[in-house]
Design a protein around this ligand. Structure first.
Ligand SMILES: Nc1ncnc2c1ncn2[C@@H]1O[C@H](COP(=O)(O)OP(=O)(O)OP(=O)(O)O)[C@@H](O)[C@H]1O
Ligand SMILES: [Mg+2]
Length: 301
């Protein structure tokens, strides 16, 4: 997008701004925004996000939007077996509205398909971010979402951090591999630097049972308490289960292909844990932009 287009969007947004209702400051009213992330790739973020969304929608009748915010290897559509006409880039870089891009998934979940191969491009501009969140606000006014689950890319890219800081809380997925643990700690450390109040949750994945899961959690929590003075919240664990790769091969999420499997029930349990936990709603959208702008030195070009 060229400079002129950026300016056009900015002018349009300023016009829209005058028509916004008084509660503009609140990020998405009472919608709970949870970003699912990891330090290391391939630990199960996408599958957990999608199946958790299905658990919340199917069993608890929640309205859920899944946002594929992995700009490197977005693949929620593949795991779902759908071929989206448009994706987030048509909204960010072209004139499609969020509503035109969002798809209806099983059990009423909404899916915003992501785009691959953009991670190496520059981070989203302030204008793009504002456009995105403004459209999300508009969409939410119409659909009254209970949850937005954001499947981020792995690692510490600027776009990943943007989405993490926009969330009310984050879930870090960790496996027992030492690299997964150390990379997860790196994510927690960075998020904590930018937003010390961010609630950080852990789900351990691909463990062989409770003992291994607890060990993984205790390791990361004790390092975080010792060096960051931050206590991490433990949501629970998901065992290694060969139904998961099998569901991926079928391009049908586990919750739908193996609804009675142990892992589907574990994910259901985890979604109940999340629903029943109190959470803090971020107060203003400005605080997010100010906070992130402060740390990244974003400019308004
Ligand atoms: N509990 C599990 N048991 C067995 N296999 C699993 C489990 N969780 C995830 N997997 C497998 O791990 C692989 C990676 O999963 P997934 O794509 O969800 O990870 P990711 O963290 O989103 O990866 P990326 O960082 O590339 O986006 C998939 O092939 C999936 O089938
Ligand atoms: Mg993924």
């Amino acid at each position: 997008m060229d400079q002129a287009e950026n300016l056009r969007i900015l002018v349009r947004m300023q016009k829209d701004e005058q028509n916004l209702p008084a509660q503009k400051g609140k990020i998405l009213g009472s919608t709970r925004i949870i970003a699912i992330t990891s330090g290391k790739g391939g630990v199960g973020k996408t599958n957990i996000t999608l199946n958790m969304a299905l658990a919340l929608a199917k069993e608890n009748h929640k309205k859920v939007l899944v946002l594929d915010a992995d700009f490197g290897t977005a693949n929620i559509d593949i795991v779902m077996g759908i071929i989206p006409k448009y994706n987030i880039s048509h909204m960010l870089y072209e004139d499609k509205t969020l509503e035109e891009v969002i798809l209806n998934g099983p059990h009423g979940i909404k899916i915003l398909p992501g785009v691959s191969g953009l991670a190496s491009l520059t981070a989203l501009t302030e204008v793009q971010k504002e456009k995105f969140f403004a459209q999300l606000e508009d969409y939410n006014k119409k659909y009254h979402l209970d949850y937005i689950l954001i499947d981020t890319g792995a690692g510490l890219g600027t776009n990943v951090i943007n989405f993490l800081l926009a969330a009310d809380e984050i879930i870090v997925i960790v496996t027992p591999e030492p690299t997964s643990l150390s990379d997860a700690y790196a994510i927690i450390k960075v998020v904590n630097q930018y937003d010390p109040d961010m609630k950080v949750n852990i789900i351990t994945n691909m463990v062989n049972g409770q003992i291994e899961a607890d060990k993984v959690f205790n390791t990361i929590n004790s390092v975080s308490e010792k060096f960051l003075d931050k206590t991490i919240n433990y949501l629970g664990f998901i065992k290694y289960d060969k139904c998961m790769p099998s569901a991926v091969k079928q391009q049908k999420p586990l919750m739908l292909s193996y609804p009675n499997s142990e892992t589907s029930l574990e994910i259901l349990k985890l979604s109940n844990v999340i629903m029943n936990k109190p959470y803090n709603k971020k107060q203003t959208i400005l605080s997010f932009f100010e906070l992130a702008g402060k740390y990244f030195g974003w400019n308004n070009d």
